[in-house]
Ligand binder design. Structure first.
Ligand SMILES: [Zn+2]
Length: 321
């Protein structure tokens, strides 16, 4: 496994894990917390390869490391949400699988631990309490404060710094992606492979156009936000929540840009061109209120919302500002 990206971008985390490994002071459960793309999974796999390597730690060449590279190590267990949540049955299955392997150290990695159902969290707590000295686990989250306090307090929290967005932008530019697109994508993700996928996805420019339309519609005398959305945003309805997240993030970016523009803070504005050629009718205060509304609904997207209802409510609110 290639950990060079991790070493370069999360040196503090790597140092912490290396030191604990050398001093034989690993705690049994870690909680890795950081934004999407901050290399938490890379770090969890690095942790696993420190523990499961037969040559003292992440050598990359021993049988243990090789198996880990192919995700077929018999003592590595990985779990992520099925659909929107991690269910009790999944935790119980992990516990069962874990109990079958008794020789040697074992590692489990659970992604998006904040998405565990309440029943799942109870099973998980029991599981964490039952771990023996040879068992290690890493829980990953993008929303630390949505992880139950009982789980948080049972693990050592390691905070990951967000990766600098300019790194993604530069890498996209080097691959021939045009400036505005590269900049926008780098605002949406700090994960290069995700960024590359987005740059090739025909949905992406459609979303940008929709955000521009909506952003300008709200500046008209009688804005018809929801209608504009219905007429131009039908392509969104078939897409999963990840795309709705991108869409709202783009919308937030545009709104942020407007506010910066109104305050003459013109550096780092992505939508510079369209703002230069438009008239903003709303006041700074109104633009800020709309930004707040967008941020609130971006949070709400993470819960179990019905999307069409969410959008109609959001646009009605924006229209009333
Ligand atoms: Zn090894």
């Amino acid at each position: 496994m290639d950990f060079s990206n991790l070493f370069k971008n999360q040196p503090k985390v790597v140092q912490l894990l290396k030191n604990s490994h050398e001093k034989d002071r690993f705690v049994h459960t870690y909680l890795f917390s950081g934004t999407k793309g901050s290399l938490k999974m890379d770090a969890a796999l690095y942790f696993a390869s420190l523990i499961l390597c037969q040559n003292g730690g992440a050598c990359g060449t021993c049988e243990g490391c090789k198996r880990l590279n192919r995700f077929v190590h018999p003592r590595l267990f990985m779990l992520s949400p099925e659909g929107e949540t991690i269910k009790k049955e999944q935790i119980e299955y992990l516990e069962h699988e874990f109990s079958l392997t008794t020789e040697g150290k074992r590692v489990f990695i659970i992604k998006d631990i904040d998405k565990t159902t309440l029943a799942g969290a109870n099973s998980l707590l029991k599981f964490l309490e039952s771990l023996d000295d040879l068992s290690y686990g890493v829980l990953l989250t993008e929303n630390l404060y949505q992880v139950l306090p009982t789980i948080r307090s049972r693990s050592a929290v390691v905070s990951f710094q967000p990766i600098d967005s300019s790194i993604v932008k530069e890498a996209l530019l080097q691959r021939g992606i045009q400036e505005e697109q590269a900049l926008l994508i780098s605002k949406l993700t700090n994960n290069l492979s995700e960024g590359l996928e987005l740059s090739k996805n025909p949905i992406f420019p459609q979303m940008v156009e929709l955000v521009k339309k909506l952003g300008l519609e709200m500046e008209t005398e009688e804005p018809k936000m929801y209608l504009t959305f219905i007429e131009n945003g039908s392509f969104l309805t078939k897409l999963d929540k990840t795309y709705h997240g991108y869409f709202l993030d783009l919308f937030i970016q545009f709104q942020n840009d407007k506010i910066k523009y109104l305050y003459y803070m013109k550096e780092d504005i992505v939508f510079q061109d369209i703002l230069d050629h438009s008239t903003l009718m709303l006041s700074k205060e109104q633009e800020i209120k709309i930004l707040d509304i967008l941020l609130t609904f971006r949070q709400r997207l993470k819960t179990n919302v019905q999307l069409d209802l969410m959008y109609s409510e959001m646009f009605v609110k924006i229209g009333k500002v």
